[in-house]
Design a protein around this ligand. Structure first.
Ligand code: ADP
Ligand code: GLC
Length: 486
């Protein structure tokens, strides 16, 4: 099968969250299963082309935009530890800027940037003579690629048999575009924009809706999220569209790329370990506390609750704000955060770091190395998300023997099972309602388990024994691709 995957983020080249991890893990697995796969993504200014061995191909793509043509240069490289070709589309007007989506605010021309890119994806396939069986788009940024595939390009013989599959990673970001601009840039024209058209939602162009409507099959990143988004609380206003396409919508649980995220082979942490060598995990914690300047008198035995996250409302930071100081001022745990995002949350955590220098380690920023370290050194990883389409951090936490404390929603509900002392089964702690008291009770249950050696060993060994690898997820996608092609 020939698969073209396109995404605004692909790890390790450009990443803000889990989308990048998934967009890299799937092609990596598909290639191992014998599929022919290529990745197409924008060439952002911060991609280290030298380090990753990208080179210009001197192939140019011409992209119709409204009444004129624009162009991009194709660069070529490979996905690390694989032979999967990665093509970067260079257009300096659009992508030679800081960040992926904006810095710090969204760029006002993101409609134009991503419509250009989505069309460049099809032109790239043409320029490379790659006739895909599947075009697999992710989130709103590349949603227009399936819309183009099923309209302007459907009579092109190269694409006449190509199926379009669209994966929703997060419904909160839909790509609401001003119709006059988006319909023009996309060359569909205003004639295609009317109430109820496949581009229109609540009076705006909605790229997510176009992705959902034009694709042959739609997936999202966990079975529970696939059910939740049929209802208004989780659908971000899209339940009508999702129910309309309900027969073609399924949830496939994300998998972890254990080549990158396994404490047994992780070169970024202080000391490698596995479930039969949990002393190694303790060594990570000790080393980290030493770096933080924590000494014997500072109670090194306290559990560390860690968090590695985008700081947005989705992640349940409001629940933590309600309870964190109480736990810290009563010496119940240490807190360790790596995150960046909304200013109000960044400021709150800076304040916590200043007020509890021995209890809270706060790093506002983005660092892959620190992300690995915090997951390895922490005893718990907390994700009290308001919603969570899948969540990868808890899956990494499980593998690292770092017990997840999560709200039971989306992929968190599909991966974390409450630990039961009586049976010794379960891999984490969860709570159901979006409520700070319930979260605090869950944390307290976790601390209880931490204090019982038998339970603490069992819960961690259970988690580390789980297999949420990307292999099975990649196979599920192949089944959906066959379904889409049929
Ligand atoms: P989301 O995609 O909603 O952000 P996920 O849990 O699916 O949530 O994925 C988050 C990914 O981004 C993980 O790989 C996590 O390690 C990484 N990540 C999040 N915040 C940071 C940060 N500040 N620095 C480094 N990595 C981060
Ligand atoms: C989104 C979701 C997250 C998911 C990730 C990868 O960013 O917020 O839950 O794990 O995409 O699919």
């Amino acid at each position: 099968m020939k698969i073209l995957l396109t995404s605004a983020e692909v790890a390790p080249f450009a990443k803000t969250g889990g989308l990048a991890d998934v967009a890299a893990a799937l092609p990596f697995e598909w290639e191992k299963f014998g599929q022919e796969v290529i990745i197409v993504m924008p060439k952002y200014a911060h991609i280290d082309t030298y380090h990753y061995g990208f080179h210009p191909t001197f192939k140019i793509v011409y992209v119709p935009m409204g009444y004129w043509m624009e162009y991009g240069h194709i660069w070529q490289g490979t996905l690390p530890h694989s032979n999967v070709p990665v093509y970067l589309i260079e257009n300096n007007d659009y992508f030679n800027r800081r960040g992926i989506y904006g810095d710090p605010d969204e760029y006002p021309d993101n409609d134009r940037r991503f419509i250009f890119f989505s069309r460049a994806v099809l032109e790239t396939a043409k320029a490379l003579n790659f006739e895909p069986d599947i075009i697999h788009s992710h989130d709103f940024h590349t949603a227009f690629a399936v819309a183009f595939l099923k309209s302007q390009y459907k009579n092109d013989r190269r694409f006449s048999r190509t199926a379009g599959v669209y994966t929703i990673h997060n419904l909160a970001y839909q790509g609401w575009f001003e119709p006059g601009r988006a319909m023009n840039f996309s060359t569909f024209g205003m004639k295609e924009f009317y109430k109820g058209s496949w581009f229109e939602h609540k009076g705006m162009v909605n790229a997510m809706k176009a992705g959902i409507m034009f694709s042959d099959k739609i997936t999202t990143v966990s079975p529970t999220y696939a059910k939740e988004i049929r209802y208004p609380y989780y659908s971000e206003g899209m339940e009508d569209v999702l129910n309309l396409r309900g027969a073609d919508l399924i949830g496939i649980l994300n998998g972890a790329h254990y080549g990158e995220w396994d404490p047994e082979n992780d070169g970024l942490i202080y000391c490698k370990y596995n479930k039969d060598f949990l002393q190694g995990k303790l060594r990570n914690k000790t080393e980290f506390l030493r770096e933080m300047g924590i000494t014997e008198e500072d109670e090194p035995g306290l559990p560390v609750v860690g968090m590695v996250t985008r700081l947005t409302e989705q992640k349940g930071i409001d629940l933590l704000i309600n309870k964190l100081e109480w736990f810290l001022s009563n010496n119940i745990f240490r807190f360790c955060l790596l995150g960046s995002g909304e200013g109000r949350y960044e400021d709150y955590f800076r304040y916590i770091g200043w007020k509890y220098p021995k209890r809270a380690y706060i790093n506002i920023g983005y660092s892959n190395k620190l992300a690995h370290r915090i997951i390895a050194v922490s005893d718990f990883i907390i994700m009290p998300s308001r919603y969570e389409p899948c969540g990868l951090t808890q899956i990494y936490g499980l593998k690292y023997g770092t017990v997840p404390i999560v709200r039971e929603t989306g992929g968190l509900a599909d991966t974390v099972k409450e630990y039961k002392g009586e049976t010794g089964e379960g891999n984490g702690i969860s709570f159901f309602n979006y409520n700070a008291d319930e979260m605090a009770e869950a944390i307290t249950r976790g601390i209880g388990i931490y204090k019982s050696e038998k339970d603490w060993t069992a819960i961690r060994r259970n988690g580390m024994g789980e297999d949420y690898g990307s292999g099975s997820s990649a196979l599920e996608y192949i089944k959906v691709f066959r379904w889409a092609m049929s």
